[in-house]
Write a protein that binds this ligand. Structure first.
Ligand SMILES: [Zn+2]
Length: 230
């Protein structure tokens, strides 16, 4: 809720845009598939930011940065990212991270009282919306990958999308790299864990094609208009 109000105050939440036409079918499928593991239906919001990203906050909200839709190469990569994010919520990682954030915030604001209220305000703003950069551990990330791939398989979207995304990270230039999914974008360990998970569950994963050439394109309109929630 805090995060929602903060994003709304910054007029970053997109109320309507043709981009939702790309997001909605994936979001609906994930919400249906995740219902077995999480009682609250997820709510997906597009937000406008320069850095491609996606993040879940405690409760049911998942925020998807508009530029992520332009960054991913296909539908499966977007679906994989969103499945990964909802898995953090399913595992209650977001709650743990929020608590960590509050501790840091309290410490920072405590320190900032000495520096004056303006500085405290700046720090508070910097901290909000940076959930991911606070850092999940590699194991927490890997666990979200595996549950995410289960959710993806249940939706029918090819869970190999996550692996393809990691491969794209390797090819992306430094500075272009989105923070999403991890602080260790080149983590081969996470790809290995996913591949092992797929091999161990042939009834679930065997039917999916590992070749990115089989991916479904994600047709995103260029410079799509966006109306912001105010
Ligand atoms: Zn993550």
């Amino acid at each position: 809720m805090e995060c929602f109000n903060e994003l709304k105050a910054k007029a970053e939440i997109i109320e309507s845009s043709p981009l939702y036409d790309q997001l909605r079918p994936i979001a609906d499928a994930i919400t249906r598939a995740a219902q077995l593991q999480y009682k609250h239906p997820f709510k997906f919001y597009l937000v406008h930011e320069a850095q491609p990203n996606a993040f879940a906050t405690p409760g049911r909200n998942v925020y998807v940065v508009d530029s992520l839709l332009y960054f991913v190469k296909n539908t499966e990569e977007l679906a994989g990212t969103l499945c990964h994010e909802v898995s953090h919520t399913i595992h209650h990682d977001t709650v743990t991270l929020m608590e960590k954030q509050r501790e840091i915030e309290a410490r920072e604001v405590g320190a900032a009282v000495l520096l004056g209220p303006t500085r405290a305000h700046v720090l508070a703003i910097l901290l909000i919306g940076k959930l991911h950069s606070l850092g999940y551990s590699r194991d927490v990330e890997s666990r979200a990958d595996l549950t995410g791939s289960d959710v993806c398989a249940a939706t029918g979207y090819n869970p190999w999308g996550l692996v393809w995304l990691f491969q794209d990270f390797k090819d992306a230039k430094i500075g272009q790299l989105p923070q999403l999914l991890s602080d260790h974008p080149n983590d081969q360990h996470r790809v290995d864990a996913l591949e092992q998970h797929f091999r161990k569950n042939p009834p679930v994963f065997g039917k999916f094609n590992s070749d990115p050439k089989s991916a479904k394109p994600l047709p995103v309109p260029k410079n799509a208009p966006e109306v912001f929630l105010r």
